[in-house]
Design a binder for this molecule. Structure first.
Ligand code: TRP
Length: 360
């Protein structure tokens, strides 16, 4: 059966329901799970990443779940010509992971490009998918539309590569945003087809498990103009920014002319987004924060948001600077993660070769 990407609203509702079930299972027994997730190092991480994914990863790691974090460097090149600031972005990403509380003793942090056996899974996996289902993948379609260039072979097949990211370590839990749901579905289909076509080494379980998406519980943080956060729009508060840079950015943020501040995302998206950012930093309810500002207007709101963001991220920023001051340590963390990921990938590839009768 071809991978179907059903009605997105229904898929989302089902994934949200499933995420709630999984949260209950995690609370009961975290040892059943192995988690993999990661980021494309196309730029610096910002507070949207922090509240949307980093915090959640740290929480799950601290619950005792075996965690793999991929810095998806090969995903940087599917829609652009050069590698740009790749190395610097990777370096800063590792720093932000550690500063946020990812513990490299417990969590394996690694880069795509360093894991030979992971990449080799791509070939057998490519045999399990059709051109038509790859072209139907709604996230690939969106990426193609925003990239403004012809589809590269890598862009068309990156969900297959991403399946290799998930399956090389036999992860069964993938915390992601909803745009990634089609890729998790593709990974499940690949795991199932591999089982059907090549069978098992251990008769009691398939070579690859079916991974579940875990949708983050916190709401989305928008950019300072109320649009989607993106580097190119200059509307993001990067984790590495100084307090002064943050203040300057928030000063330029879009608000409206009503001096009475309310939390009303449908009608006042920009104002409500600022209220929401402050609320997340203060760990309070947005309506309470809005009420406190009252008739303080855009100025009062911005003052409060700036203080909240700068206070909340001061420890992160301090740890980040310390880490950046010792590059040898950061690169060593990544090298060790790569070594561990390589060992896991080699073991999985050996099992794949055996299942495929290619273990000569
Ligand atoms: N595509 C993901 C993103 O853009 C990053 C990523 C790469 C990923 N490999 C992954 C996420 C595997 C989850 C699992 O955010």
């Amino acid at each position: 059966m071809e991978t179907e990407f059903h009605d997105p609203d229904r898929t989302l509702a089902r994934s949200e329901e499933r995420s709630r079930e999984i949260e209950a299972q995690i609370a009961a027994d975290p040892s059943r799970f192995r988690l993999l997730t990661g980021d494309r190092p196309t730029g610096r991480l910002h507070i949207g990443h922090y509240f949307g994914s980093l915090m959640n990863r740290v929480r799950l790691q601290d619950r005792g779940i075996e965690t793999y974090l991929i810095v998806a460097d090969y995903q940087v090149i599917y829609d652009r010509d050069g590698v740009g600031e790749l190395k610097d972005n990777v370096f800063n990403m590792v720093a932000d992971y550690l500063a946020a509380g990812i513990d490299p003793e417990r969590t394996v942090i690694f880069t795509h490009s360093a894991i030979t056996a992971l990449n080799q899974l791509m070939l057998p996996f490519l045999a399990l998918v059709t051109d038509a289902e790859l072209r139907r993948n709604p996230t690939v379609k969106d990426e193609l539309a925003t990239s403004n260039r012809p589809m590269s072979g890598l862009m068309l097949t990156f969900p297959v590569h991403q399946a290799a990211d998930i399956l090389f370590c036999k992860a069964n839990l993938v915390p992601v945003g909803k745009d990634q749901l089609p890729h998790i579905e593709q990974a499940r289909v690949i795991a199932r087809r591999f089982d059907e076509r090549y069978g098992r080494v251990d008769p009691s379980r398939p070579v690859f498990p079916a991974a579940d998406a875990l949708l983050s519980r916190s709401g989305t943080v928008l950019g300072l103009d109320g649009q989607k956060m993106s580097k190119s729009r200059g509307n993001t508060i990067e984790l590495g920014m100084t307090a002064e840079q943050t203040a300057k950015l928030i000063k330029r943020a879009v608000t409206d002319s009503d001096r009475h501040i309310t939390f009303d995302p449908a009608n006042r998206p920009e104002v409500s987004n600022l209220v929401n950012i402050a609320a997340m930093c203060l760990d309070r309810e947005p309506v309470d924060v809005a009420e406190e500002i009252g008739d303080g207007g855009g100025g009062g709101l911005k003052k409060l948001v700036t203080a909240a963001v700068n206070d909340h991220f001061a420890p992160h920023r301090a740890r980040r600077s310390e880490l950046l001051a010792n590059p040898d340590h950061l690169w060593a963390v990544l090298r060790q993660g790569n070594e561990r990921a390589n060992a896991v990938a080699e073991a999985t590839l050996a099992e794949v070769r055996q299942a495929m009768s290619m273990d000569y």
